[in-house]
Design a protein around this ligand. Structure first.
Ligand code: UDP
Ligand code: MG
Length: 317
């Protein structure tokens, strides 16, 4: 019988975990052709999330948990889940019931049809804050235009993958992870299904606007070097126009003598060129920072405790 791992990142989810577990348990109880295992990843919660997980683990032998030494972020939690998964398939679910567990059925069907991956997209963003929706849309449009990967709007982390794809995803061991890009980058045959957006069953979102903004920047710099090219293009453009202006000034001086006024044009040029220079340095800085973090090669997560038989940490060498 083929085994499906259900990977669930949890960060301070004591308000909703029980609802989630009951619902997911109901779904898998109705499926007899596969065996299931939960891999809950407690991402350094400060509430009693890990105690709830331990309770489940004591009661059910198909419940495994990994608890991090601190909060590493959802990307790290998903990576830890995948790295510790041993199943033929793995599906990632949010613990707040925004990813309806009943879709596991449709995903398994897609796997049987021969797909390597089945990704469930949110059909709408109803219920999300308007401003957030607006910026998310802009982000997807931008990232799809300038990067080599294709990330459909609404494509999230809610997906099932087969072993081949799981191995490919964990082989991409970059420290600054942007899963939406990674999933698309590794390729494979993906079936897209849609689901209606549901609001969080309880508790609060862990994403502030600022956190999302930084995440979006990460997404762009992780899969595109277009901003670097933008800096060069701006540089070339400004050098060229300055050169033309220079010829004009020299010619004018030769023809009609020295002309002192020009404060406005000089100050405008200094400010403009200065702005572009700083902007370009900032872009360079973003990439240098990325290189710096990658070169350190720090582990993506650190396990504090787990009931897995031989849990895999992420210590490199
Ligand atoms: N999550 C996590 N670590 C974090 C933030 C979130 O493991 O640092 C988990 C969280 O418990 C949930 C999932 O990631 O299962 C999605 O988080 P959330 O619902 O807050 O995000 P949203 O649905 O608002 O995008
Ligand atoms: Mg959520």
């Amino acid at each position: 019988m083929k085994k499906v791992d259900i990977i669930v990142p949890c960060f301070n989810e004591n308000q909703v975990l029980e609802l989630f577990f009951n619902e997911a348990y109901k779904v898998i109880s109705g499926i007899n052709d596969y065996s299931f295992e939960f891999i809950f990843v407690d991402d350094g919660s400060s509430d009693n999330t890990v105690d709830i997980l331990k309770g489940y683990a004591k009661k059910y032998d198909f419940v495994k948990y990994i608890s991090f030494s601190r909060n590493f972020g959802k990307e790290s939690a998903m990576y830890a889940g995948l790295k510790n998964s041993t199943g033929d398939f793995a599906v990632m679910l949010d613990s707040d019931l925004q990813h309806p567990p009943k879709l596991i059925l449709d995903m398994l069907k897609a796997m049987e049809e021969g797909y390597d991956c089945c990704s469930a997209n949110r059909a709408t963003r109803d219920g999300d804050p308007k401003l957030r929706t607006f910026f998310t849309r802009r982000f997807y449009r931008l990232v799809n235009r300038i990067s080599e990967v294709d990330m459909p709007d609404g494509a999230g982390d809610f997906r099932m993958m087969n072993r081949k794809m799981i191995n490919a995803v964990i082989a991409m061991s970059e420290v600054q992870r942007f899963s939406k890009g990674i999933f698309s980058w590794v390729g494979f045959k993906t079936k897209w299904i849609k689901f209606e957006n549901v609001e969080r069953a309880a508790g609060e979102t862990k994403w502030s606007f600022w956190k999302l903004f930084k995440y979006a920047l990460d997404g762009i710099t992780a899969f595109s070097t277009a901003p670097l090219k933008l800096a060069s293009v701006l540089g070339i453009f400004i050098s060229f126009s300055s050169f033309v202006y220079l010829i004009y000034i020299v010619a004018k001086t030769i023809i009609s003598g020295v002309d002192l006024p020009g404060y406005a044009s000089i100050i405008t040029l200094i400010l403009f060129v200065g702005g572009i220079t700083i902007f370009s340095c900032g872009i360079l800085g973003e990439y240098v920072a990325k290189i710096y973090m990658e070169v350190k090669n720090r582990p993506i997560y650190i396990i504090r405790e787990s009931n897995l038989e031989n849990e895999k940490n992420d210590y490199k060498k």
